[in-house]
Design a protein. Structure first.
Lengths: 301, 429
């Protein structure tokens, strides 16, 4: 008892050095001006009707109620869900698969790894150009299909509402898989090989070693990858914008592209802000629910 | 634990409070600020330009001539066209906006002028009485008749083709709609795509077909009323326009929705497609060795009883009402309006622009002469869909026209959706 009192006493009067205040306050101010302030403005804009030049009028929650009777918004919402499942899911599975395949140091494996990683060095707009040329009506894909006698399979890939979204997802995947692979390889390299060895000695099959030894050890990397993929899916914009602009007739519209065109082509800033708030809420909800689960799991173990 | 909770609650509470406080602070009021009084402030006049590298030569030359006069300095600030178009509202409403801008005549300018964002240019127009044709004066005014725009040039739209291709295909430029359909049938029979369009990255090009079909079937007056919201897109008149557009679809490249404009131009230049409805701005994209072969014909007449109207989009300049150098801005725009400047500007535009000032002297090539005569003989002149209806209306138009190309059978639903979207945008702005 007597020993603890002076410690407490000392702690109470201790003032952190000014440097700490500077280190906390300066980033906070930068963040406040660059992130919080615009975000708050966005939220307050979403209750207005404003074209950016005239006086704004307050419309309450009408922008939000309008959203759910707006067929383009519903298409964009559906496409965003498809995007998260296909783009996120395939990137995850394929990235992990390729990482497992290329983790061991064999002769020439570095070439494959580099080849998988290479697409990341291109900007998304360049990626869009390359894939645009691939998918165009007389482009590589249709020519190959023609050459192997599959003329019936040829399509106007980016101009057909049934195929355009998937064509864009393929282009986005091409770039994302290499990135996810690198994250997983880094995780795999950090694992202790003796654990694998022990499992092998105990007679575990390859699948069992993967399922019960490798995967649990990768948990923290998986958490990072899933967060990255979710955020990447929700903020996907550039590749869609560059390849289709959300068309043909809104069939490839994501929430992000619809928000952009509503704000800057239709000049409906209030309505666009409401879309932005929806994206924000979705992102926060997905990330928080994921983090809560991941953290509670960590606590259990 | 409880202490942590209190801290959390405190943080959340203050955030909510801050939100509530700040929400009232967003600058969303329409500021009706008057022009600056007194002498101009120092520094160069900033000219915000959307001209691409290919177009800006003439403008740079103009600015140089003006700067050499010693009346003040003008500095060009070049912005990529699409960024410029999206950001212009932000420029004009900012606290210290650039002074002078390149822009489009008509509704596109009126939208800003009616919010008191543009400098009154009546005095510049007064010194140039008689220099500009009457129809351009109308296009340069706000709703109350104040001049806010200085026109520099306009251009024409036509159905472009190559003379040698038409000869090979054995067809001559059609004058009437029936002739146009007959020519298209003949061309298709020869295994060539009659009509092309690059809609995958330039969906707005389809509006040229809509504009012209509406002008030819319902006339300019109906067209303007429709675009202004006085008539509706699901009316029988517009249905007729789409019926005519449906007659063109079998002759159109089936891949048009997935084709870029560059690809379409390349197909057209290589003779894979015979006709392309374009504005004169597209001429420089034609390969140099085919330029002499290029020709265009007036959009075919559908109903001879409808007075002929042509699209003649007009470009020019506006100035911000908040400029700190209104005198210099007017001096510069006065120079821009002069025959001397417009002659100079036209030189840099590759023969695809007709000077607005009637006294400007330019050597027009065959196409430009034809275009000028076509516009001058027209009973009415329109701008283009987005310039007449307002930029915000372009997206629903693109949606309607491209979805009609994909599903022509859906026309009633498409027109209904278009009307709803157009009304919503009008209500929102």
């Amino acid at each position: 008892m007597t020993t603890s009192t002076p410690v407490r006493e000392r702690r109470r009067i201790k003032v952190p050095p000014p440097l700490v205040f500077v280190l906390v306050l300066v980033p906070f101010l930068i963040e406040a001006v660059g992130v919080f302030w615009p975000a708050i403005q966005g939220i307050s804009l979403s209750f207005l009707r404003w074209n950016g030049i005239g006086p704004a009028t307050s419309v309450g929650v009408q922008n939000y109620t309008d959203l759910f009777s707006d067929p383009i918004f519903l298409t964009a919402l559906k496409n965003t869900a498809i995007w998260i499942v296909l783009f996120g899911g395939i990137s995850f599975v394929a990235g992990l698969g390729v990482a497992l395949l290329f983790q061991s140091e064999r002769r020439g494996v570095a070439i494959y790894r580099t080849a998988m990683f290479l697409p990341i060095v291109f900007s998304l707009v360049v990626t869009a150009l390359i894939w645009g040329a691939f998918f165009q009506p007389n482009g590589v894909l249709n020519n190959v299909l023609d050459a192997v006698g599959l003329h019936d399979w040829t399509r106007v890939w980016l101009g057909d509402p049934d195929t355009a979204l998937y064509a864009v997802i393929i282009a986005a995947l091409w770039r994302e898989i290499g990135y996810v692979m690198v994250l997983f390889i880094a995780g795999l390299k950090a694992l202790d090989p003796s654990v694998q060895e022990a499992a092998r000695v105990d007679g575990a099959s390859a699948w069992q070693r993967f399922r019960f030894v490798t995967l649990p050890q990768l948990r923290s990397v998986i958490m990072v990858v899933i967060s990255v993929l979710l955020i990447d899916s929700l903020r996907s914009f550039d590749i869609v914008w560059a390849m289709t602009g959300g068309g043909p007739f809104h069939s490839t519209e994501l929430l992000s592209t619809y928000m952009f065109s509503t704000a800057f082509s239709a000049h409906a800033l209030g309505y666009a802000s409401a879309i932005a708030v929806v994206i924000f809420v979705l992102a926060i909800a997905v990330i928080i629910s994921y983090l809560v689960r991941a953290l509670s799991e960590e606590k259990e173990s | 634990m409880t202490r942590k909770h209190t801290r959390w609650l405190g943080a959340v509470g203050s955030t909510v409070l801050a939100t509530a406080l700040l929400a009232g602070c967003v600058a969303t009021g329409g500021e009706a600020q008057g022009p600056k009084e007194g002498p101009d402030s120092d520094g160069p006049l900033i000219l915000q330009s959307r001209f691409t590298d290919a177009e800006k030569g003439g403008l740079e030359n103009l600015v140089k001539i003006f700067n050499d006069k010693g009346e003040g300095t003008v500095k060009i600030n070049s912005i990529p066209t699409s960024t410029f178009n999206q950001q212009l509202p932000s420029y004009l409403t900012s606290k210290n906006p650039p002074d002078v801008y390149t822009w489009y005549a008509g509704q596109a300018t009126r939208d800003f002028a009616d919010q008191n964002l543009l400098l009154n240019l009546d005095s510049v127009w007064d010194t140039h009485k008689g220099d500009f044709p009457e129809n351009l004066a109308k296009l340069s005014e706000d709703s109350k008749g104040t001049k806010v725009f200085i026109p520099t040039n306009n251009y024409w739209w036509g159905v472009y083709y190559f003379k040698s291709d038409f000869e090979k295909l054995g067809v001559t430029p059609p004058k009437s709609w029936d002739e146009f359909l007959a020519v298209s049938t003949k061309i298709k029979g020869e295994g060539v795509t009659p009509v092309t369009m690059g809609l995958s990255d330039n969906a707005w090009l389809a509006s040229a077909w809509f504009d012209y079909l509406d002008l030819r079937i319902n006339g300019a007056e109906f067209h303007q009323d429709l675009l202004a919201g006085k008539k509706s897109y699901d009316s029988p008149e517009v249905k007729k326009v789409f019926t005519a557009f449906g007659q063109v679809l079998p002759f159109m490249d089936p891949a048009t929705l997935g084709t870029t404009h560059n690809q379409a131009i390349s197909d057209f230049s290589q003779g894979k497609a015979a006709m392309y409805l374009l504005g004169a701005w597209a001429q420089p994209a034609i390969p140099a060795d085919k330029k002499n072969d290029l020709a265009f014909f007036q959009f075919p007449i559908i109903d001879p009883s409808v007075p002929i109207a042509e699209e003649a989009p007009t470009d020019g300049f506006i100035a911000s009402v908040k400029t700190t150098k209104p005198e210099l801005a007017k001096k510069f725009l006065d120079f821009i309006a002069s025959a001397e400047a417009q002659t100079e500007l036209a030189k840099g535009q590759d023969g695809t622009a007709l000077p607005a000032n009637l006294r400007a002297t330019v050597n027009l090539d065959a196409l430009a002469t034809q275009g000028k005569e076509m516009i001058q003989s027209a009973k009415a002149v329109t701008q283009f869909y987005n310039r007449d209806a307002g930029d915000a209306q372009q997206t629903p138009a693109d949606t309607a026209l491209t979805s009609f190309i994909a599903n022509p059978g859906n026309v009633d639903q498409i027109l209904k959706t278009w009307e709803d979207a157009a009304q919503k945008i009008r209500a929102n702005s």
